[in-house]
Design a protein around this ligand. Structure first.
Ligand code: HEC
Length: 219
């Protein structure tokens, strides 16, 4: 019988066998390690909403909120801004700074949410009204021209008679933007020539460009 020592091919065979066993062990270890990892991620020490728990007597993992709890950032403690009233009295001044941006936003929101009934000028003859809905009063009657701006916010927030409220559709800031725009609409229907800046007043006596024939196609 030949000894291994004297047989080089048998030695090579043995070395290859040891190397293969090494790889196999490494692969097994890796497999075990990653399997353990997955298990850790699957069983996290936490409760997802509404999951039961045997820790609390009532079997629920969710604890009831203490009374009057308010989520962070949602405390509506500014009565003027959130209700349009202070001590039950409608406020007379816009509680946000009035800028061109606010008016533009108000115009856009008004045209979307209010003009279907109140029409684009606010006289109360929107398309829905022409199709039979109760006609709202014009914004240009004295009572509404003199109404405090908080009244418009309150009507949008709580509705008014046959008009539904728009609390859910329009955020408070946008409700103020609309109220500011309604003030601009009211002014637009009661403006006089002296409200026009002096440098633009000369243009008032001129007919619009289209009527002067400017811009028309000439042959
Ligand atoms: C679906 C139609 C409709 C839409 C849309 C609508 N309104 Fe009205 N609104 C009415 C009607 C109808 C009245 C009159 C309600 C009544 O007297 O019963 C009214 C009344 C009002 C009044 C007068 C309240 C008063 O003191 O007499 C204001 C101000 C007003 N609406 C603002 C708005 C604003 C702002 C919007 C948009 C956010 C809006 N409305 C959208 C139908 C509508």
């Amino acid at each position: 019988m030949k000894s291994m020592k004297s047989n080089p091919s048998a030695r090579r065979e043995a070395r290859r066998g040891r190397r293969d066993a090494g790889w196999l062990a490494a692969a097994l270890l890796l497999g075990l390690a990653t399997a353990a990892c997955r298990q850790d991620m699957h069983n996290q020490p936490k409760y997802i909403p509404l999951r039961d728990s045997d820790f609390f007597a009532n079997g629920s993992s969710a604890r009831p909120l203490p009374p009057d709890t308010v989520a962070r950032g949602t405390l509506e403690d500014d009565a003027a801004f959130y209700t349009g009233k202070v001590n039950g009295v409608e406020i007379t001044e816009l509680p946000i700074p009035l800028t061109q941006q606010v008016l533009d936003r108000g115009e856009q929101r008004y045209d979307i949410y209010c003009s279907p009934c109140h029409d684009r000028t606010g006289s109360g003859e929107g398309m829905i009204v022409r199709r039979g809905y109760k006609q709202p009063p014009s914004y240009h009657i004295d009572r509404l021209r003199q109404a405090p701006i908080g009244h418009f916010f309150d009507v949008m927030t709580n509705g008014f008679g046959a008009m539904p409220d728009y609390r859910a559709q329009i955020q408070p800031r946008d409700r103020w933007a609309i109220a500011a725009y309604i003030r601009a609409l009211q002014l637009s229907q009661h403006a006089s020539a002296s409200d026009v800046p002096a440098e633009d007043r000369a243009k008032l006596s001129q007919p619009p460009a289209a009527q002067r024939g400017e811009g028309a196609v000439r042959h």
